[in-house]
Design a protein around this ligand. Structure first.
Ligand SMILES: Cc1cc2nc3c(=O)[nH]c(=O)nc-3n(C[C@H](O)[C@H](O)[C@H](O)COP(=O)(O)OP(=O)(O)OC[C@H]3O[C@@H](n4cnc5c(N)ncnc54)[C@H](O)[C@@H]3O)c2cc1C
Length: 431
């Protein structure tokens, strides 16, 4: 890199940073992408699956050459009681158009960085950005453990903790109630065994969300994703509730893994990886200021996660693209002021990022308030219903129906569902 100078420096080579770097490099801009990891993605973790639409906008037809694990063809919700479960599955045929793919971040991030390099981006691995360089009140570059680098624009893509956005006062620390802590294990299984257990073909994959059971009465959700020859299983729980209830999170994961409805999926598998990571809750009110003179903030660093739909990488990539387009405009105009970079926020407002975060601004709060209904009562009544439907014994059906209906009435389920109906309506109507 000539005189340690680029037009744009991007800190963080996760989905957000790599997307911005690729778009800028393709437009012929001099871009330096920096990451602290030895190899991109080495320390990054997620569930998870990447979404085809926003990924293909950066890397068209990526599934033909990228290290994807499986195309997600089934989405499942598993509702657990202490011993039983009901499982709801949505299976779809891809018909040549894909919705999502499971990936392993270490392989995936590394592939993405190589694509950015092919486009012309300069990548500096093993480089920790210690702070932003500021001259006359303006960001002019970054200080690393080796050297200083200079640029007209710095794009901050350093993830959920974003020390850099905090350094210049764009962001505060997230509160405990605005974060979930997540733990995950990767469990090795022979591909044929995995496919048999999940009833999948060779390239098909399954994404599972798990509610209730050991995760009842607390804002927590389990997840399970099928990779080629591993299963990723884990859970996320609201940090404030975890602290209040003082439950060790690894115990919750052990209980989840040994639940009679979950254990068969991972039986005889070998745990090959254990990791933990935070996720911002992702609400409109928590979005920090994402631009200033010569800087923009993208991805998790800006809190762009839709926790309700488990979307993060797609919002990261989209925000990366929008910031890159803004930087290209600013470079061509020769103006890197906050007023020019405010175009980035305009673009965010017109995109699903702000629209969806606005829609779900109060959803986590609402769900926390009704968590007992969602994770305790609903799974229990659903199991009771199937118990009535399936038990052939000497008890007359009418007696069973009465018992079930009386339980539903006593539990207040119908009344408890009314707020959900109003809440759903509000989500459709409110602008
Ligand atoms: C358990 C879990 C499950 C998830 N499941 C899904 C899912 O299924 N689908 C989905 O779309 N999203 C999922 N997400 C969310 C998704 O992972 C994030 O939204 C996404 O990774 C954000 O991308 P990013 O580039 O903003 O940040 P990150 O992926 O966190 O990348 C930040 C990068 O910055 C680098 N960095 C940080 N500080 C510095 C520094 N000072 N100097 C140099 N480099 C630095 C890091 O090494 C890292 O590479 C999940 C998250 C978790 C934790």
């Amino acid at each position: 890199m000539e005189n340690n100078r680029a037009e744009v420096i991007i800190v963080g080579a996760g989905p957000a940073g790599v997307s911005a770097a690729t778009v800028l490099a393709r437009a012929g801009k001099k871009v330096l992408l920096i990451d602290r990891a030895d190899k991109a993605g080495d320390k990054n973790m997620f569930g998870g699956c990447i979404y085809a639409k926003q990924t293909a906008e950066i890397f068209p037809q990526f599934w033909q050459s990228a290290p994807v694990e499986r195309s997600v063809t089934e989405q499942k919700i598993v509702m657990l009681t202490d011993y039983d479960s009901t499982q709801y599955s949505y299976r779809y045929s891809s018909k040549g158009s894909y919705k999502a793919f499971t990936v392993i971040r270490s392989k995936w991030d590394n592939w993405c960085v190589k694509e950015a390099q092919k486009a012309g981006a300069y990548f500096a691995p093993k480089t920790l950005v210690k702070e932003l360089l500021i001259e006359n009140g303006k960001v002019v570059g970054v200080k690393t453990q080796f050297e200083n680098y200079y640029a007209d624009i710095v794009i901050i893509a350093d993830g959920v903790n974003s020390l850099l956005a905090k350094q210049i006062g764009l962001r505060k620390e997230f509160n405990d109630e605005d974060l979930t802590i997540n733990v995950k294990e990767v469990i090795k299984l022979h591909p044929e065994r995995l496919q048999d257990r999940f009833q999948l073909d060779e390239n098909q994959g399954c994404a599972v969300r798990i509610l209730g059971g050991p995760l009842k009465d607390i804002f927590a959700m389990g997840f399970l994703y099928t990779n080629k020859d591993t299963v990723s299983i884990g859970l996320g729980v609201s940090l404030d509730e975890l602290k209040k209830k003082k439950i060790p999170i690894y115990e919750m994961l052990e209980e989840l893994k040994s639940h009679p409805s979950i254990a068969p999926y991972i039986k005889d598998g070998e745990v090959i990886e254990y990791s933990a990571h935070m996720i911002p809750e992702g609400s409109f009110n928590n979005i920090p200021k994402v631009y200033d003179n010569r800087v923009m903030v993208i991805g998790d660093a800006a809190g762009f996660v839709n926790n309700i739909h488990l979307e993060g990488t797609n919002l990261a990539m989209l925000s990366g693209r929008l910031a890159a387009e803004t930087a290209i405009f600013a470079i061509e105009k020769g103006d890197f002021s906050a007023s020019t970079l405010s175009l980035y926020y305009q673009k965010l407002k017109n995109s699903i990022i702000i629209k969806d975060l606005r829609t779900h601004n109060n959803t986590v709060k609402f769900m926390k308030k009704h968590i007992k209904t969602l994770t305790g009562l609903l799974p229990e009544i659903a199991c009771d219903f199937f118990e009535v439907l399936s038990s052939a014994d000497e008890i007359p059906k009418r007696a069973k129906y009465r018992r079930l209906v009386s339980k539903i009435l006593r539990s207040g389920l119908i009344l408890k569902m009314i707020p959900f109906a109003f809440f759903a309506m509000e989500k459709c109507i409110k602008r």
